[in-house]
Ligand binder design. Structure first.
Ligand SMILES: Nc1ncnc2c1ncn2[C@@H]1O[C@H](COP(=O)(O)OP(=O)(O)OP(=O)(O)O)[C@@H](O)[C@H]1O
Ligand SMILES: [Mg+2]
Length: 245
């Protein structure tokens, strides 16, 4: 199922239409119509290999070899990868501003360091950080360019559950404060539902949106909310129908 919406709207923060994406002759993505409104939080939930990272790379314009059209995309897009990908020889501050060729805006970097809860670690090297702290640096680096849209590819899958909860709350707080749209790839049903306004369940071969779940809850949310529990079983049956489970 594609994300059907009646007419294109100039209010879209993002609008990507994919007809087909293949590697060599192997189809990876089928028809997908992906839209985000400004400030909207959308998760892509699906099994390994269904094309989630590929889709994110199309949005980021890291790959333009596909049949379809990137109709609308904000000028500034940030990217947070599964692993922090920090330069080991650069300090926290330098890693955050690195994309700006070392002549970066030090005030903005200092503000971001505070915002992600790393006050006092500006001069620390990556090897002095825990996994969760390193991922906070990666989030700050993703925000440095003042994006309207932040893409996150399984950003918390390598950290323990408690750290993951804290990072999810941090991400929601940052998205709210800066009014940034988020497109989050995850394998974790609870993470997808807790974070998102909408969850797109992606099926395999080729990757298409099999179901769209709306989460009608405002923020901040209670993890134990009954609505999340109800949507969880809906997501599970969607994954089952998509032959993922
Ligand atoms: N550069 C590439 N060249 C050839 N095949 C690729 C390339 N990148 C991805 N693929 C293939 O495309 C398919 C989708 O890959 P992708 O990384 O998008 O999946 P994913 O949903 O992100 O999986 P995971 O959850 O494991 O990260 C896989 O079968 C993968 O082998
Ligand atoms: Mg992936």
């Amino acid at each position: 199922m594609s994300i059907a919406q009646a007419t294109p709207s100039s209010a879209d923060l993002l609008h990507l239409r994919v007809e087909r994406k293949a590697f060599a002759e192997t189809p990876v993505l089928g028809q997908i119509d992906l839209r985000l409104q400004p400030g909207e939080i959308v998760s892509l939930l699906g099994p390994s290999g269904c094309g989630k990272s590929t889709l994110l790379r199309l949005v980021a314009q890291l790959d333009s070899d596909f049949v379809g059209e990137l109709r609308q995309r904000p000028e500034q897009v940030g990217f947070v990868f599964q692993e922090p990908r920090l330069m080991p020889w650069l300090s926290v501050a330098d890693n955050i501003g690195f994309s700006d060729d070392r002549q970066y805006d030090r005030e903005r970097v200092a503000a971001l360091i505070d915002e992600v809860g790393l006050s006092g670690f500006a001069d620390a090297l990556p090897k002095q950080l825990s996994g969760g702290m390193a991922q906070r640096v990666a989030i700050a680096r993703g925000l440095y360019g003042q994006p309207e849209l932040l893409l996150l590819d399984e950003p918390f899958s390598a950290v323990d559950a408690f750290t993951r909860y804290k990072l999810q709350d941090l991400l929601l707080e940052l998205a709210r404060r800066h009014h940034i749209g988020l497109l989050v790839v995850t394998h974790d049903i609870d993470e997808a539902l807790y974070l998102s306004n909408r969850v797109l369940v992606i099926g395999n071969r080729p990757g298409t949106v099999r179901q769209e779940l709306h989460v009608p809850l405002s923020y901040p949310r209670e993890r134990s909310d009954d609505t999340l529990a109800r949507l969880r079983s809906q997501a599970l049956s969607a994954l089952h129908d998509a032959r993922v489970l």
